[in-house]
Ligand binder design. Sequence first.
Ligand code: PBG
Ligand code: ZN
Length: 323
Amino acid sequence: MAFPTNRLRRLRKNENIRRLVRETHLSVDNLIYPIFVEDGVNIIKEIPSMPGIFRYSIDNLSKELDEVVELNIPAILLFGIPSHKDEIGSDTFNDEGIIQRAIRYIKQNYPQLYVITDVCFCEYTSHGHCGVLHNHDVDNDATLENTKKQVISHAKAGADMVAPSGMMDGVVKAIREALDSAGYYDIPIMSYSAKYASSYYGPFREAADSTPAFGDRRTYQMDIGNRLEALREVALDIEEGADIVMVKPALAYLDIIREIKDSFNIPLAAYNVSGEYSMIKAAGKLGWIDEKKVMLETITAIKRAGADIIITYFAKEIAKMIK
Ligand code: PBG
Ligand code: ZN
C-alpha cells in the first residue's frame, strides 16, 4: 500500500499549529472606516440597505467617533451630504461646506484620528454625476479645475489625506500641483485608481444621495471586463504622484488586487463597497449564512489577495472581533 509521505494535514491538526502556519492575519491597523456626515442638526438616520450604518449631523458625530477611537481604528474616510446641491457641486469647495465643517470639528475634538476625505462631486451636484456637465457628459478638464479648489478647501480645513474618486484623467497631477503650490506638500493622495462602473455601489448611492439623474457612470468609471486597463490606470496615477492606489470594488476584483500588488511597489488599498456589505448583512439577517464568519472570510480574502489597506463598513465589527 502506497501511503502518502507528504501529509499537509499534519499542519492543520489543531488551532495551535494552524495559528503557527497561518499566512494572513487581520489587524485593525489596516482598516479605514467610512463615515457619512449630513448637513443639519440632530440627525442619526440608519441607511435602510446598510443596517448598522448611519448618516450623522456634526452634532451627533461623537456617537460614532468615540467608538472608532476606542476601537483603535486609525483612519476614517469622510463623505458629505450637503443641504444644497447645484449644477457644479459648489459646496465641495465652500470653506463653510459640510465636509469642511466636519473636518474642523473632528480635528478639534479627535486630534488622534486620521481624516481622509473622499474627493468627488456626485453627492453635491443636482444631476448626481461626478463633475461638471457638458453635452450630457462629465467635462474632464473643467472638473479638474473644481477638484483643485475642493482639495485646497479640504486641506485648509485640516484633512490629513485626500482620496479622489471621480475617475477623471489627470486628477492626481492636478491635485498634487494644487496642494504643493499652496504649501500642502505633506498631504498624501490616495487615488481610486482602478474604480469600476459597478452595480455594487447601489446602497452607497442611497446612503449618500448620489444616484445619477440620467445615464450612468460608464464614460468615466472602468469597464468591468478590463484587467490590463487597470494596470495602465495605476501606472499613470503613480507617475502623477499618487501615494496610495486603490482597487474598487474589492470582492469581485480580487484578481486585479493581486495583479496590481505583484506589478507595483506602492501601498495598495481595496474598497469593500456598500453592496458587498449589504449582501452579507441581508443573507445574515435571513439566517442563510453565518454573517460574522462570512465577514471575516471576505476581509481575509481581500487581504490575502494583496490589499495593504481595506476600506470597509465592517471596520468596527472586525475591530471588536479581533480585539
Ligand atoms: C463617489 C463614490 C462612490 C463610492 C465611493 N465614492 C459611488 C459611486 O461612484 O457611485 C462607492 C462606495 C460604496 O459603494 O461603498 N464617487
Ligand atoms: Zn462621484
